[in-house]
Design a protein around this ligand. Structure first.
Ligand SMILES: NC(=O)c1ccc[n+]([C@@H]2O[C@H](COP(=O)([O-])OP(=O)(O)OC[C@H]3O[C@@H](n4cnc5c(N)ncnc54)[C@H](OP(=O)(O)O)[C@@H]3O)[C@@H](O)[C@H]2O)c1
Length: 300
């Protein structure tokens, strides 16, 4: 069985690493904040003192860190993964990073005889825990096929996008365009229903069937009514992704007005100190604009 290294034991990474461990792979881990690794270490994972040391004892190194800068740092920085890899090692970057950074890391890896896949995921921590993520993969097909059994322990859906690095992260941005705008649309619906005197629970009920049905309502609607903005997918991370989407659209000369407005509302949420909260807290910005508060009717 391949020896796997896992870097980034965050909300998503901790569940993904656990599945890999439970599938029987020898697992070496590193996280910037060591305390988050304790549960996995107690379950049989091995600690390494740096990303470089993770790479020294792994055939495949997976990174699952916040953004482009963090990925570059753990893969290409001092004591980074590429200082510990050998010719033939595989690097799999599963974070949602900018496509140009995927390509740049892949180029630097290739110079060291290391092939890389960009393999970001869809889902949330609950979905990661259930092993039902979506994974979209860019990079050499041969390496993708080599890693497929690892992806299978994490995912319900695996989509190979193409040979070029950055194809996986580009598809991920397109996916998050839909998610970000859908959460914003759900927020607008909740705020308007509150102002119109309609119990927001009834919005959830009616949209559970018919053409307005959306995963954003199913996962975020109840949280909005319950005012549970604890982080599942943070405002900071959604803002980061939509920033990359806007850049991508600019590159291709494509107008994305709904995404641009959503991006702006996310910025307003961040400026109110809500960056670490779940991105569905954009509803509170709209509440402020409408001077209303979304709450369930008493009889619910
Ligand atoms: N949460 C979701 O629903 C979801 C869904 C799909 C995709 N994603 C994507 O998955 C990735 C991880 O998200 P998450 O929700 O697991 O985030 P998270 O809980 O904030 O975890 C981020 C991880 O990155 C590490 N990190 C951040 N900056 C670093 C740096 N400069 N050097 C080294 N390590 C660094 C953090 O280390 P510390 O523990 O030390 O902070 C932590 O392990 C992101 O790209 C996100 O967009 C998230």
């Amino acid at each position: 069985m391949k020896r796997i290294g896992f870097i980034g034991i965050g909300l998503m990474g901790r569940h993904m690493a656990r599945h890999i461990l439970e599938a029987g792979h020898p697992l070496t881990i590193w996280n910037r904040s060591e305390e988050k690794a304790q549960e996995l270490l107690a379950s049989g994972a091995t600690w390494a003192d740096s990303p470089k040391m993770v790479a020294c004892s792994s055939d495949v190194v997976i990174t699952m860190v916040t953004d482009s800068n963090a990925s570059e740092q753990v893969s290409c920085g001092t004591d980074g993964v590429l200082e510990g890899t050998r010719e033939g090692s595989i690097l799999v970057d599963m974070g949602s990073i900018a496509p140009e950074m995927s390509r740049s890391i892949a180029d630097r890896a290739r110079e060291k005889g290391v092939l890389m896949l960009d393999a970001p995921v869809t889902g949330n921590p609950k979905v990661a825990k259930a092993g039902n993520l979506g994974i979209m993969v860019g990079g050499p097909r041969e390496i993708f096929e080599d890693c497929q059994t690892i992806f299978e322990v994490l995912a319900a859906k695996i989509v190979y996008v193409g040979e070029q690095n950055g194809m996986g992260t580009t598809l991920k941005l397109i996916n998050n365009l839909i998610l970000g705008v859908a959460i914003e649309a759900v927020s607008e619906a909740m705020v308007l229903s509150a102002k119109a005197g309609i119990d927001p629970q009834k919005v959830i009920d009616i949209t559970s069937v018919g053409g307005a049905r959306t995963g954003a309502m199913e996962t975020r609607g109840p949280r909005m009514i319950g005012r549970d903005f604890s982080p599942g997918f943070s405002t900071d991370n959604m803002y980061k992704d939509l920033s990359s989407v806007v850049k991508l659209a600019d590159e291709f000369g494509v107008s994305i007005p709904a995404t641009s407005v959503t991006w702006d509302i996310l910025r307003a949420a961040k400026s109110r100190g809500l960056g670490a909260m779940d991105s569905c807290c954009v509803m509170t910005v709209l509440e402020e604009l409408a001077q209303t508060v979304v709450k369930a009717a008493k009889e619910n």
